[in-house]
Design a protein around this ligand. Structure first.
Ligand code: PMP
Length: 380
């Protein structure tokens, strides 16, 4: 708290990202990064720009120049990757920024503007933060007991809907046809449906091509997970030209250069190398399935996942908080949300096969340890 904060700043409830550890070496399974390196073409494109920076030359290289505010090359490459037009792509500094702009561009603020914005009670925890930032009232229909989204809860009065598919942190996926029908229902009411497809490349079907049929559908992607480029901060929305123009209006009321030249060059090269990513993501999917099976064998509850993480509950008696801390003590970072319904669950990002072997080994020994403790307490 500070007397210098205005009321808006004082009222914010900012998002808290997963831990990025300092010097201690962890097996890092807590922020859904891809364990494999990005396309070599991305690094080469960045290196080329850096090589052009000749020290001592007054006009060497392009870094002294502002980047292209329209991000033409990146949008052309992203459009080609998705089979849409460049005018139907809006790039940003991570999909977090794209989502922040989208909330501001498409969802009305203030109590009087009609029904609330709708998103599930258990989903990406940045959504309520954006709603708070823009003063958008919202309601959070509960997931079913099996953590699936009950889409019938999203067809009533609202000022728009945002759904992550696959959902985070559960990893559960919805059939594309039911999402398409929801887009249709909302279109009749002149409301926007944002589909956050951050994890779609790990086993779900994108609705990217459906933007042609639904002028109210905004599909949001990121290069952080599927393209292994979380460090470059690149996300983008795909939607009808008028939605994209709305996003540019908001962006250009903040900062016209949200994407720097290195990110644009690396991102353009990366998004054009689809074969490379399909290959590494196939490996992530195979490791996920193997890890899920091994966790079930250990007595964990495992929610079916189409993402690059598993949402899982350790066997009875071990407890989410204790298990999280015990893993951390053994050098393994996972994510836990201390919120209703899911406090005993852990979200475990899929690492390399070796990472997951170490994780499974730690789980095995913690369960044995907790059984011993239990027996000791009961006097066996
Ligand atoms: N959407 C979801 C569902 C996410 O889990 C994340 C990652 N935290 C993002 C969007 C944001 O990803 P980024 O800003 O790295 O593109």
């Amino acid at each position: 708290m500070s007397i210098f904060w205005n009321k808006r700043t004082a009222a914010l409830s900012p998002y808290v990202p997963g831990e990025q550890p300092g010097s201690r070496k962890f097996i890092k399974l807590n922020t859904n990064e891809n364990p494999y390196p990005p396309s070599p073409r991305a690094a080469a494109a960045i290196e080329q720009i850096l090589a052009e920076q000749k020290p001592g030359e007054s006009r060497g290289g392009v870094l002294r120049l502002y980047p292209d505010p329209l991000c033409g090359e990146f949008r052309t490459a992203a459009a080609a990757a998705h089979g849409v037009k460049p005018e139907q792509v809006f790039p940003g500094n991570g999909s977090d920024e794209v989502l922040a702009f989208a909330f501001g561009a498409f969802f009305e603020s203030g109590e009087k503007a009609g029904g609330p914005l709708l998103f599930p009670d258990i989903t990406y925890s940045f959504y309520p933060v954006y709603a708070g930032l823009w003063d958008i009232p919202y309601k959070t229909p509960p997931l079913r007991d099996d953590f699936s989204i009950a889409l019938e809860d999203y067809t009533g009065p609202s000022r728009g809907v945002i759904i992550a598919n696959p959902n985070a942190p559960t990893g559960r996926v919805l059939p594309p046809e039911s999402l398409r029908r929801l887009a249709e229902t909302l279109e009749e009411r002149r409301q926007v449906l944002i589909l956050d497809e951050a994890y779609v490349s790990f086993g779900a079907e994108s609705l990217d091509l459906r933007i042609k049929d639904h002028p109210n559908l905004l599909v949001v992607h990121t290069l952080s997970k599927s393209a292994a480029l979380a460090g470059l901060r690149i996300g983008y929305a795909i939607g009808n030209e008028a939605l994209i123009e709305g996003l540019f209006r908001v962006r250009d009321s903040f900062n016209s250069y949200t994407m720097d030249r290195l990110a644009l060059a690396g991102g353009t090269a990366a998004i054009s190398d689809g074969a490379y990513y399909r290959d590494i993501n196939k490996k992530v999917i195979a490791t996920r399935e193997r890890t899920a099976a091994a966790l079930k064998d250990l007595g964990f509850t495992v929610i079916p996942s189409a993402a690059n993480f598993l949402f899982t509950r350790p066997p009875e008696g071990t407890g989410g908080a204790g298990f999280f801390q015990a893993l951390r003590n053994r050098g393994i970072l996972v994510r836990r949300f201390a919120t209703p319904r899911i406090a005993d669950y852990l979200r475990v990002s899929i690492g390399t096969d070796e990472d997951m072997d170490a994780f499974l080994e730690a789980c095995r020994s913690l369960i044995v340890h907790s059984l011993h403790e239990d027996h000791r307490r009961r006097g066996f």
